[in-house]
Design a protein around this ligand. Structure first.
Ligand code: ADP
Ligand code: MG
Length: 686
């Protein structure tokens, strides 16, 4: 249960005073649903003003605050002319306040002749006069809302003005509860951090990095604490030790030797599997590093020990590819492998479910369907999740609840994650890294080309296809919606068909599973040669004969995403080329990013740069999964503070008495505030 002290923060914004239906949409667009969302909607920028008593010391062009006396209103007969109000400072210097349109009526009321007012705004010169057009603030001298020297500028959406947003923040600040301190006291003292409520007040009043750090730290701390709690809960449960006698692995006929990195990872995994403490391990390895082979060893260990294993893929296509690949590798071996996705129906599905329940199926490959309620395993000992970045912590938790014992869990990702982020996203896991590609790979050559040269590019593709090779053509992300992406892809496919005829195929995210697979299968089989796609091909799909990749409007993709896409080629012995087509008008940063892609194939380096250039949430692929790890902390703050937060969370649990001690009670509040309460829930359940 959420601690009562948080109730005011979780109240709906709609219920705040003065929030009418007109604000509903703009607030929703910004994701501001509850009072706490408004509080955490920090200013993105600041307008600074100089307070002056006399106008002749103020610089024209600067923002000022000054107290003036209203001298005269100048009305014009021309209704379209602006209203001009003359005011004077204490020394008698004149200033003209100019109001256009309907603002005149308001101004007349606010600025009665003979009254004193504090005004703020940008000082300008108009002919010989000093002028201020539409002052930002006009308030009586005794008002308690005199304009601040620094005014916050908020991220806004249509229908929400900065002033209104400022008022909302002010209203939300009215009754912020005095939350207990959850941060380790020496850390608070060392960094000179204010308490939570004070920090919240300050962050909306002035630009203070240290205060923003404190508030970001809270989020990182909650994240790290939740990770540790999940880990602790897992550790309390037991898994069946999986030893394996090598009887199956010795039968494998691999056409190559494992890389040193693969051998290391396998040894680490086998070490975990032999324990009754459930394995919770992340396997990171760049595209093509050979993660599947490592996973296979873990799967076979389970089967050798007389138990079952499952492998979860994020998409239908990938599940089928893994299934086919494993079938080939396991041919002739006494291992029964099956596939289960949303598409297996009727008696086929029944048979698979039976086989899982009675243990006759040893390895199951599939999509999310493999962990649904109806699926019961006789003895699931090892679960592998491929391409982890599509799954969040909550899905990992769901997995851990499957079955009586906990299966050993191996999570694989091809998105190299910078260290700081790995801690944030997978802090509860141990990690193995495949930092070595199998030998004999020729690195993909990357070129950048302007959209202007499309005709030339298409000629190049023609030569490539004529040589009997295949190619991918990835279409631009037009907008955030599938619909417009699709239109663009369809159009491009249409155009390419005019030139290349029926060897052009189109695959996109809106296709039904069966349809999509059929298209992919024909491409893998070489029946079609040029595959036009939206980013559905991003993850995992392996077509060795495809050695050319064209990515349109590459400047609109994230670097990590480009790297993933590029990883689709360079899988065969053939030298591969990736052409990044850039839109014609691109800025310096975009140029630099594309240049980096040309320069390096190192996924970790690209990930680091991407983290600098984009939000952390985006990089982790959370746009797809919808649970962004951080709303408050910026990438720099994550880099700088996540390690501190990890230590702090550890101290709380190991030294300070966990969640039940006094600091622990406060930490519970933080977990609920950041909705990391899954951590608390596991503790209770475990
Ligand atoms: P990823 O890490 O991207 O999942 P895969 O497991 O799909 O990579 O492997 C990519 C390709 O490399 C596959 O065709 C696989 O058979 C091959 N491969 C894996 N390990 C080795 C190795 N040690 N030597 C040579 N080729 C390998
Ligand atoms: Mg893979």
């Amino acid at each position: 249960m959420r601690p009562d002290i948080l109730n005011p923060l979780f109240a709906e914004v709609r219920a705040m005073k003065g929030v009418g239906p007109g604000l509903a949409k703009p607030l929703e667009r910004l994701g501001l649903e509850r009072v706490k969302d408004v509080l955490y909607h920090f200013p993105a920028n600041w307008t600074y003003r100089k307070a002056v008593s006399v106008l002749d010391v103020a610089d024209v062009g600067s923002n000022i605050i000054v107290t003036v006396t209203v001298m005269d209103h100048r009305n014009s007969n021309n209704a379209r002319a602006p209203l001009r109000i003359f005011v004077a400072d204490v020394a008698g210097n004149y200033l003209t306040l100019t109001f256009f349109g309907r603002n005149g009526g308001w101004a007349r009321k606010q600025l009665p002749v003979g009254e004193k007012r504090i005004i703020s705004g940008k000082l300008e010169r108009y002919g010989d006069e000093l002028q201020m057009v539409h002052p930002d603030h006009v308030v009586p001298v005794d008002s308690d809302t005199s304009p601040g020297l620094a005014e916050p500028i908020y991220p806004l959406s249509d229908g929400l003005t900065n002033k209104r947003m400022g008022q909302l923040a002010g209203a939300a600040l009215q009754d912020v509860p005095d939350l207990p301190e959850w941060i380790e006291p020496t850390l608070v003292a060392g960094r000179n951090w204010p308490n939570w409520a004070a920090a919240m007040g300050t962050v909306h009043r002035r630009d203070d990095q240290s205060v923003r750090d404190r508030l970001a730290y809270d989020e990182l701390f909650s994240n790290q604490l939740a990770m540790r709690l999940i880990r602790a809960a897992m550790d309390k449960r037991t898994a069946v030790p999986v030893a394996g006698d090598g009887s199956l692995i010795s039968l494998l006929k691999l056409p190559f030797a494992l890389t040193g990195a693969q051998q290391r990872a396998i040894a680490e995994i086998e070490g975990d599997l032999a324990q009754s403490r459930p394995m919770l391990r992340l396997l990171q390895g760049d595209v093509g590093a050979g993660k599947t082979m490592v996973a296979l060893m873990a799967l076979l260990r389970a089967v050798e020990s007389g138990m079952q294993a499952a492998m979860l893929a994020p998409t239908e296509i990938l599940a089928r590819q893994h299934y086919a690949g494993l079938q080939k590798l396991l041919a002739g071996m006494p291992v029964n492998i099956a596939i289960l996705t949303g598409r297996e129906k009727g008696s086929l599905r029944e048979a698979t479910l039976m086989g899982l329940a009675d243990g006759s199926i040893h390895i199951l490959v599939g999509t999310h369907a493999i962990f649904q309620e109806a699926v019961t395993y006789k003895s699931l000992a090892v679960a592998v999740i491929d391409e982890q970045h599509r799954f969040g912590v909550s899905q990992r938790l769901m997995l851990s609840r499957k079955g009586r014992g906990v299966p050993h869990l191996l999570v694989m990702t091809a998105t190299p994650i910078p260290r700081s982020l790995a801690l944030a996203a997978y802090g509860e896991m141990d990690s193995s890294i495949l930092d070595e590609l199998p030998p004999g790979r020729t690195p993909v050559e990357t070129r950048v080309m302007s959209q202007d040269r499309l005709a030339e590019l298409i000629d190049g593709v023609a030569r490539h296809l004529a040589a009997g090779k295949q190619a991918f053509w990835v279409c631009p992300l037009v907008e955030e919606s599938d619909k417009s992406d699709l239109a663009a892809a369809e159009q491009r496919a249409e155009m390419l068909r005019l030139r290349f005829g029926p060897q052009v195929a189109l695959v996109h995210g809106r296709m039904r599973g069966a349809e999509k697979d059929a298209v992919m299968e024909r491409f893998v089989a070489g029946e079609t040669r040029l595959l036009v796609a939206t980013t559905v091909i991003e993850v995992g799909v392996d077509v060795p004969n495809a050695s050319l990749m064209v990515i349109e409007a590459a400047d609109r993709f994230g670097l990590a995403q480009l790297h993933q896409l590029r990883g689709r080629v360079g899988r065969g012995s053939e030298k591969s080329v990736c052409i990044l087509v850039r839109t014609t008008q691109i800025g310096e940063t975009a140029r630099a990013r594309l240049a980096l892609m040309r320069e390096t194939n190192d996924g970790f380096r690209i990930a680091e740069e991407d983290l600098k250039l984009r939000g952390a949430g985006e990089m982790l692929g959370t746009r797809q999964s919808g649970d962004s790890p951080f709303r408050v902390a910026t990438p720099e703050q994550v880099r700088e503070l996540i390690g501190v937060a990890a230590d702090d969370a550890r101290l709380l649990l190991e030294r300070d008495g966990g969640l039940d001690g006094p600091r622990g009670q406060a930490a519970r509040v933080a977990l609920y505030l950041f909705e990391r309460d899954a951590g608390v829930a596991t503790l209770r359940g475990g």
